[in-house]
Each structure stands twice: as C-alpha cells, then as structure tokens.
Design a protein around this ligand. Sequence first.
Ligand SMILES: CC(C)(COP(=O)(O)OP(=O)(O)OC[C@H]1O[C@@H](n2cnc3c(N)ncnc32)[C@H](O)[C@@H]1OP(=O)(O)O)[C@@H](O)C(=O)NCCC(=O)NCCS
Length: 327
Amino acid sequence: MLQSFRHADFNELAGLWSSYFPPRYRVDADLLRLNTVECPVFDWGASLIHAPDGPAHGFVVVKKPAAGTLYPGKVSDDAYLTAIAYTEPQTAVDMLAEVKSILRNRGVRKLHFGQDAWHFFPGVPTDFAALKNLLEVEGFTEGSEAYDMERDLTDYENKFTMPEGYKARSLEMGDLDKIKEFMLEEFPGRWPYDLEEKIKREGYPHCVIGLFRGDQVVGFARVQKWDDKVAMAGGVWKMDLGDNWGSLGPIGISAALRGKGLGQALLGAALMHLKEKGVKQCLIDWTILDKFYGEHGFEIARRYKSMNLDLESLPAGKQSRKDVGLT
Ligand SMILES: CC(C)(COP(=O)(O)OP(=O)(O)OC[C@H]1O[C@@H](n2cnc3c(N)ncnc32)[C@H](O)[C@@H]1OP(=O)(O)O)[C@@H](O)C(=O)NCCC(=O)NCCS
C-alpha cells in the first residue's frame, strides 16, 4: 500500500536508506526529515512510502521547483526526484509508476534526479549501479557530470597570497544587508536563497567568509563545520566525513574581478579558517572545477551524472513492471 509522508517514521526511513545506498551516502533521520517534509517545496502529493503490511519497504521523495517559489526565477513544469530507497526492485517500479502518473496528470513535463532545493544529490552517484540501472529502465537519460572533492585539512597550507587592498573575514551581523545585496546582484537565483536560509538557521552569519575591498563585499565563500545547527549542501555526507567534518561551497567573486587571483586567495583563506577551527575532512560539493580546487590539494571523491525523464514522451496511463523491462 502506498502512503503519504504524513505519519512517516524517519528512523525507519533512515534505516531503509542505509540498507539501500552505499555507506558513503548514509544520512540520519534528522537530515532526512529536514531535506524532505521540512523543505518548503516538498511535494506532499507525489512523495510516497510503500508499506503494505507494516514496515516500510520503500519510499520516494519528490519536490517541486524552487525557482519562482522560494526565489525569483522562471517557473517551470519540472519536478525533482530527491531520492528513492527500496528493498525490492518491484517496489521501486510500483512507486515510480504512481509518481509518474501523478505528475503527468498535473502537467509536469520533466522529472530530474537530484538537484532539488535542499538536495542530497547533484545527480546519480556513478558508483551506485543499482540506482542508475533503475532510472535507465524507467526511461531517464543521462546528462552532464559533476563531482564532490575532498581533502583532510589537518596539514593544509595556503600557498596563495591575498592581492593588496583585499581582505577575507567571517561575516558579522552588520554585514547582512551588504552580503544580501552582493548575492542578488552577482549571483541571482538559488545561491542568495541558500545563503540566507543557512544564515537564518545558524542565527549568525559566521558560515560565510566575505571578501572585502574596503567596506565593499566583492566575494563570498560559504563554510560549514561539524558543530553547525544544520548541515546543508556538502554537509549532507557528514556521516561519511567523520568527526570534525567541514565543507565549503559555493564560492564566488564579482564578475568584474575574476581571473586576478582573488578566487584562489579567498579559497585559501576560507580553508585556513576551517583548519584553524579544527576541521579535518573537508568536502566541496557539486562542482566541475577540479583544476581550481585541485590547486589546494582537493581530489575528486564522488562523481554524479544528471539524469532526467521526459514525462511527455511516456505512453499514457501507468506503466507495469513488464513495460519497463522488469519482471
Ligand atoms: C570560480 C571563481 C570563484 C574563481 O575565482 P577567480 O578570481 O576568477 O579565480 P582566480 O583568478 O583566483 O583563479 C583562476 C583559476 O580558476 C579556475 N577557474 C576559474 N573559473 C573557471 C571556470 N569557469 N572554468 C574552469 N576553471 C575556472 C582556473 O583554474 C583558473 O586558472 P587558470 O587561469 O590558470 O586557468 C570565479 O570565477 C567565480 O566566481 N565564478 C562563478 C561562480 C562559480 O562558478 N563558483 C564555483 C562554484 S563550484
């Protein structure tokens, strides 16, 4: 029987997640709750739990687009498959048949795996064939690659010097208006929203290292560590990173000032800040800039492929297991 998330037992769902995903993608019940039902674009109508006779055998989490709702942007007919976990492939096929039917009836055209607001995955992890195979037989097609990069900061040394006239420092409450204005001007869309959300949840903007020219903000780097109130973005893999984990990203420099060494200098300063606070394993998530981060000793740790399903191209009505090649 398919049920909604209204009475979800997140300890049970986290257990199911752990038995499905490889250990490096483990999450706890609190994070699962935060990035699903507590997210403002969680789709209560399309997210389902498969619990035929008591304990859950599977669940699927769907979110609505955030652009146009949480932050300004073009409203799309897309939906996001945040995550899926199951014990038997039939359960996955049954759940996805229901999800596709619900979304198609609503006029949704595209279903993306991951990349949602308050995401776990920037795409399908390439080291988890079961999920990739399932999505392929369900009609999803593969797109571009992105990765997470990691290094232990214990012995990190910053080899980049800050160009004269610039300074990197943690933000203070008095900087809030400045950072907001800078983000909306330079990086309109998701990043200002994510940054504001993180600051709101922490209650203080110490999770942002600002790059200043005099009083003016000209760059930013978002940082997180193990004792933050919430783990977002790269922090979702905190269980794999271990004690004293940290994460960095996104990072950005004013468009007019790029290519002059400020990005590397800000990154170096932000990593030194994390190291001095005691961070060990540090993750930079959802990137394609391996050379930029590689200069600081970061190595690719997880690879993801975007996968998308064109719902309009599917035959009408629900698909059966046979239709998708699973018996
Ligand atoms: C990425 C970014 C922070 C780098 O800052 P910067 O001041 O331009 O970088 P620096 O001058 O210190 O260093 C330049 C190096 O950055 C890397 N780099 C910067 N932008 C890059 C891009 N779009 N693609 C590939 N490499 C890039 C290159 O390694 C480059 O070295 P090279 O000149 O030898 O090729 C800046 O370009 C930016 O804000 N970009 C838009 C936001 C973004 O993409 N952030 C990263 C999210 S993962």
